[in-house]
Ligand binder design. Structure first.
Ligand code: DP6
Length: 320
């Protein structure tokens, strides 16, 4: 009745932005991501008949605000008639820092909860359950380069290239640890309802996915860099053109983009991507990592720089 699982966050290169079914949290578009390795969340789930309510602790502290979302996810995995659970989550990176901690948390939660409840589930089923809690979490069930496709009535997720076949590095510049002004779910909805660019964004996603898929298949860094930066800036343009506008960037975010542009001008292989937050993630081959780390560390307003390789999907650490 107890199990522990570990999952890594993932960084989207071709972004999920928008939902086609809000009740089931199904994405409007497919996406492609990299699963990280050095950053992770460990989630322990203990089902206990003696509890009269669920309990959640995140990094040693009670986390009441996240509890309803965790409880809904447990209901989806185990059924609403389940025992109450003691859930303990530990991440080795700042959880509010916009580094996709909800992806690693929900991916680890579905794996741990299924095992604690004695449910045998395929990784595809677990991805579907994680995706209901948070769309990007579905991708953290898989390692390497991961594609999430919209299929009929659901999603289909798979590894399209193993990480060791193209061992790129991900360097994240943390520019602010303040909580997000608007959650990504709310911002997606604002984009769908009010942004004049939203429909075009959805229409063009198939083209970007296919370009990125081709680039990954032949390890073409320049082609992947170009489509990933373009896709990221399109997603933020959709948000900026919403009413009211959704702007996650700060001055340091922009300063990081200038640092990346300067590196590129000097011949360094590196490209940026930014999610629903002000942090900048830079992807580069291992040989260029020291230059990227130096450049981001010395950029005005950068509070911390974290680096990671590409890792594997969520897995059980132990359980009955
Ligand atoms: C910008 O997965 O956090 O990081 O499904 O509402 O929980 P919900 O959204 P979430 O959105 C992630 C958006 C993104 C892009 C991406 O990861 O693909």
């Amino acid at each position: 009745m107890r199990a522990t699982a570990r999952a890594q966050p993932n960084i989207a290169l071709i972004k999920y932005w928008g939902k086609r079914d809000r009740d089931r949290n199904l994405p409007a578009v497919g996406s492609i991501s990299l699963t990280l390795d050095d950053l992770y969340t460990t989630m322990d789930v203990e089902l206990d008949g003696a509890l009269d309510r669920d309990e959640l602790r995140v990094n040693g502290r009670r986390a009441e605000s996240m509890l309803p979302r965790v409880a809904r996810c447990l209901d989806a995995v185990l059924g609403a008639d389940r025992l109450c659970a003691r859930v303990t989550s530990e991440s080795n990176f700042p959880v509010a820092a916009g580094l996709a901690s909800s992806a690693s948390s929900f991916a680890a939660l579905v794996v741990a909860a299924s095992a604690a409840g004695g449910r045998a589930r395929s990784v595809g089923e677990l991805a579907g359950l994680a995706g209901r809690a948070s769309g990007s979490a579905a991708r953290s069930l898989y390692g390497g380069f991961v594609e999430l496709r919209n299929e009929n009535d659901g999603i289909a997720v798979s590894t399209i290239l193993e990480g060791d076949a193209w061992p790129l590095r991900i360097v994240a510049a943390v520019t602010s640890q303040a909580p997000k002004p608007v959650s990504s779910g709310e911002a997606m909805e604002a984009s769908r309802r009010t942004s004049p660019f939203y429909s075009r964004w959805v229409e063009e996603q198939g083209m970007d996915l296919s370009t990125a898929r081709d680039a990954i298949a032949v390890r073409d860094f320049g082609k992947l860099a170009s489509v990933a930066e373009h896709n990221c800036l399109k997603m933020h343009s959709v948000m900026w053109a919403s009413r009211p506008p959704v702007v996650y960037w700060n001055a340091a975010t922009l300063a990081c983009l200038e640092s990346v542009r300067a590196l590129q001008a000097e011949g360094v292989a590196a490209f940026f991507t930014i999610d629903a937050g002000p942090q900048v993630k830079v992807i580069c081959p291992p040989g260029d990592e020291p230059r990227v780390v130096d450049a981001l560390s010395s950029t005005d307003g950068v509070e911390a720089v974290l680096a990671s390789g590409i890792g594997s999907g969520a897995a059980l650490v132990n359980g009955d």
